[in-house]
Design a protein around this ligand. Structure first.
Ligand SMILES: Nc1nc2c(c(=O)[nH]1)N[C@H]1C(S)=C(S)[C@@H](COP(=O)(O)OP(=O)(O)OC[C@H]3O[C@@H](n4cnc5c(N)ncnc54)[C@H](O)[C@@H]3O)O[C@H]1N2
Ligand code: MOO
Length: 400
């Protein structure tokens, strides 16, 4: 049996050693949700040229004819819209220019249209409104060519796609999605069982993992037969990069998962963790493939997945230890909890604003097989071994 920290360390080492993922090149438009497999750099500056930030008029400040202490004039000549490659300004004239249009050579200022008067193609303006550089977005002001834009391992969403589209990236290299095989087992799920139960955990695990962009394949062994279980594991190992099992890992007569895996040559990374719930959680390796053996109790399976499997998969996917699953629901606890010696405890909590305080509270009924507590809570609070929680403590829960 290992501690929570030891289990995390073993999993982090395992994630670093695994080289599960191949790369593929796909069109940018299909890349949302995929994991970038290369560092990407800007191939052009942004803006690509000096650009007008206003609908108005472009000119060179030095060409303004001063008419009195406060005002000046300049004749109007050209008309430039976004998409034009403008000719240089006629010396001594201004050009009408629209927002986003390239500045013509010779212009060093743009004035907004509503700050001017126009009569017979002669523009009048207040001198306080003009200065070299005004209302111009300079070439490379946002970033220059060669700027490091994205790291390999980034999960791509609209923020990244739009950035890459601005660089005219049409295709990019991403990791092929991981396939995770999920096996539930138990005779209670047979439709002919006297006390037939609804199988929940393949749905639970499948939804959690698909949220990460992982493909999942499910198999439910609706018997307590070692033979059926062995066949399901062998089938699943063929089709997946990583295996999850749920149920059948305790010490009951029908708990066959661990003996069957051992009979297939699997080695244990660790057997049981000092946590509550989820103590029977075990990780093995079948050949090079990790096999995560989760308890059958649905609440325990959910918590082990949130705290061990998702961080593991994210570090495999992104090739770095994850901070994205950090504990970010912060508030003052309104309850005390003393975990048993050597045990890390997990409890679902709500987060409510009470006056000036954000308060973390327990929700009712949070046994290892309970599930309503998850819908009633905002996240899970981990209470590390040796650190009893006192009412009034400032603490951080992990949001769902
Ligand atoms: N003598 C002992 N008994 C138990 C111990 C122990 O240390 N000594 N540990 C307890 C703990 S803690 C847990 S957790 C469970 C884990 O047992 P299993 O992983 O073998 O789970 P099962 O016995 O197969 O099922 C337990 C419970 O969960 C339901 N279940 C199972 N799979 C699913 C599923 N896919 N969907 C919905 N519900 C599922 C199953 O019907 C049982 O009710 O062992 C304790 N016992
Ligand atoms: O630890 Mo079990 O996972 O409590 O029911």
């Amino acid at each position: 049996m290992v501690s929570y920290d030891q289990a995390q360390e073993l999993l982090s080492d395992l994630a670093k050693k695994l080289s599960l993922q191949n790369k593929e090149t796909i069109p940018l438009a299909q890349a949302c949700g995929r994991i970038l497999a290369e560092d990407l750099f800007a191939n052009s500056p942004r803006p690509e040229a000096d650009i007008s930030a206003m609908d108005g008029y472009a000119f060179c400040c030095a060409d303004i004819t001063i008419t009195d202490k406060h005002t000046g004039t300049i004749p109007l000549q050209d008309y430039i819209v976004a998409g034009d490659q403008p000719l240089p300004l006629w010396k001594g004239t201004a050009a009408t220019i629209l927002t986003g249009a390239r500045l013509p050579a010779g212009a060093d200022c743009v004035i907004a249209r509503e700050r001017t008067q126009l009569k017979d193609d002669l523009l009048s303006l207040n001198l306080v409104d003009i200065a070299p550089g005004k209302n111009i977005r300079r070439l490379g002001e946002e970033f220059i060519a060669g700027t490091h834009l994205l790291n390999a391992g980034q999960k791509l969403d609209w923020r990244h796609l739009v950035l890459l589209a601005s660089q005219k990236v049409q295709e990019l290299s991403v990791y092929k999605p991981l396939t995770v095989g999920i096996i539930a087992n138990g005779a209670e799920f047979s439709h002919s069982a006297q006390d037939c139960r609804t199988e929940l955990n393949t749905l639970l695990l499948g939804s959690m993992l698909e949220n990460l962009g992982i493909q999942t394949i499910n198999s439910v062994v609706r018997s307590d037969s070692k033979h059926d279980l062995k066949k399901a594991i062998l089938d699943m190992v063929e089709q997946s990069d990583i295996l999850l099992t749920t149920g059948g890992i305790s010490v009951g007569k029908t708990d066959h998962v661990l003996p069957v895996l051992k009979s297939l040559g699997a080695n244990g990374l660790f057997r049981r963790v000092k946590i509550r719930p989820g103590k029977p959680f075990t990780v093995m390796q079948l050949g090079t493939k990790p096999v995560f053996c989760l308890p059958g109790n649905t609440g325990a399976a959910a918590i082990c997945t949130q705290f061990f499997i998702i961080p593991f998969l994210l570090s495999v996917l992104t090739r770095k230890t994850q901070s994205t699953t950090s504990d970010t629901l912060s508030g003052i606890s309104n309850f005390s909890l003393m975990p048993p010696t050597d045990t890390t405890c997990f409890v679902p909590v709500t987060l409510l604003q009470k006056g000036n305080d954000r308060v973390l509270s327990l929700v009712p009924s949070q046994g290892a097989s309970d599930i309503l507590c998850f819908s009633q809570s905002a996240g899970i609070l981990r209470i590390p071994e040796g650190h009893p929680l006192n009412a009034g403590d400032w603490c951080h829960a992990r949001p769902f």
